[in-house]
Design a protein around this ligand. Structure first.
Ligand code: GLN
Length: 304
C-alpha cells in the first residue's frame, strides 16, 4: 500500500486549492492559531509511520479528547455507564440543548458536549484527581508522559462557556450530574484543552485499531468489546450532525474537534490523525474531511 505517496499527493493538491473554512473563534484563544497549518500522521498496527506537514506541532485537540474520557470512564464503570448517557446519534450540533429536556437530562451520546460533560462527572465520582487520571490514561495509551493541558486555552474557554454551563445546569436539574457544577465544568474544559501533535494523536489512538490493546506494550487498555462499542459510537456520533456525511464520504469511525483535529481508525490496520484549523459550517475541519475522503477512497481502506 503506497500510503506515503497518497498522503503527500492528496495533501499538496488540497493545500493548493481554496479553503473556504473558518477558524473557530467562540473560544477566543483558538482564533489565534495560524489558519494555514496542516498536519497528518498515520500509524499502522505494525508501528510504521507516514506523515506530512506540521504533524509534530501541538494543537488544541478539543472534542477529539472526548474519546479518551469515554474510554477511561467505560473501563472503570463498565456497562452501567449507559444508564447516564445514550448511544444514539443526535443529528444536532455539538452543543445542542434541545434534546436534553425531552430526554430528561440523559444526553443522546458521549461525544456531544452534554454527553462528555456527564462523562467528566462520572470521572470525578471515581477518581480523587480526575484531571491527573485523564492524563495518566493518555500517557499510557500514547507512551508519552509529557502530554498535558494548555492553561491559556482553559482560561479562554472558561470565559465564554455559556452554552456548556446551560447544559450542565439543565442536566443537574434532572439529577444526572452528581458533583458540583464548577468542578464538572473545570474537568470538561481541561479535557478539551489537551494539546497533542498529529503524531501523538495517531499513536495514542492505535489501541482502538487493536481491539483495545496497546500494540507496543501489549497492555489491554480497554476490553475488545469496549473498543468495538466505542468505535461504533464514533462512527455514528463522532461528527455530530455531519456523522452521516463522514460515514458516506470517508467510511471510518472517527472524531473531530473545533481545534481542527480529526482522528479516524481503520480496525486491524491504522489510525490517522489530521490537523487543519479552518472548519466547515458543522464545526469539522474542512480539509480534514476532504483529505480523508480521498485517502480512504484512493487506498481502498474504508470499513465499508
Ligand atoms: N471545548 C469545546 C466546546 O465545549 C469542544 C467542542 C468541539 O470540539 N466540538 O465547545
Amino acid at each position: 500500500m503506497k500510503f506515503q505517496e497518497r498522503i503527500t499527493q492528496i495533501a499538496e493538491e488540497l493545500l493548493s486549492a481554496e479553503n473556504p473554512g473558518k477558524v473557530a473563534t467562540y473560544i477566543p484563544e483558538l482564533g489565534k492559531v495560524d489558519p494555514n497549518k496542516f498536519g497528518v500522521h498515520l500509524t499502522t498496527l505494525g508501528d510504521t509511520h507516514y506523515y506530512y506537514g506540521h504533524s509534530c506541532e501541538k494543537f488544541s485537540i478539543q472534542s477529539v479528547a472526548k474519546v479518551f474520557g469515554l474510554a477511561l470512564a467505560y473501563r472503570e464503570l463498565g456497562e452501567s455507564i449507559w444508564t447516564r448517557v445514550g448511544v444514539e446519534p443526535s443529528g444536532a450540533s455539538f452543543s445542542s440543548i434541545v434534546q436534553l429536556e425531552t430526554n430528561e437530562g440523559i444526553p443522546r451520546n458521549p461525544l456531544i458536549n452534554a454527553g462528555a460533560i456527564v462523562i467528566c462527572d462520572i470521572l470525578i465520582s471515581i477518581f480523587e484527581n480526575p484531571k491527573q487520571a485523564l492524563l495518566d490514561f493518555i500517557h499510557s495509551a500514547s507512551g508519552n508522559p509529557a502530554i498535558t493541558y494548555n492553561s491559556v486555552i482553559v482560561a479562554s474557554e472558561k470565559e465564554t462557556s455559556y452554552t456548556n454551563s446551560a447544559l450542565v445546569n439543565l442536566m443537574k436539574s434532572f439529577g444526572n450530574i452528581h458533583n458540583a457544577i464548577d468542578e464538572v465544568m473545570d474537568v470538561y474544559i481541561h479535557l478539551c484543552a489537551i494539546e497533542m501533535t498529529c503524531k501523538e494523536l495517531s499513536r495514542a489512538f492505535i489501541f482502538l485499531a487493536a481491539h483495545g490493546k496497546n500494540p507496543c506494550t501489549q497492555e489491554q487498555i480497554i476490553t475488545a468489546s469496549q473498543s468495538k462499542r466505542i468505535l461504533a459510537i464514533m462512527q455514528l456520533c463522532g461528527f455530530y450532525d455531519e456523522a452521516g456525511e463522514f460515514a458516506f464520504r470517508v467510511g471510518l469511525p472517527g472524531k473531530s474537534g473545533v481545534g481542527g483535529g480529526i482522528i479516524a481508525i481503520l480496525p486491524n490496520q491504522y489510525s490517522i490523525a489530521l490537523w487543519s484549523p479552518k472548519l466547515n459550517k458543522k464545526g469539522n475541519s474542512y480539509i480534514g474531511m476532504q483529505f480523508l475522503e480521498r485517502f480512504t477512497t484512493e487506498t481502498d481502506t474504508s470499513i465499508f
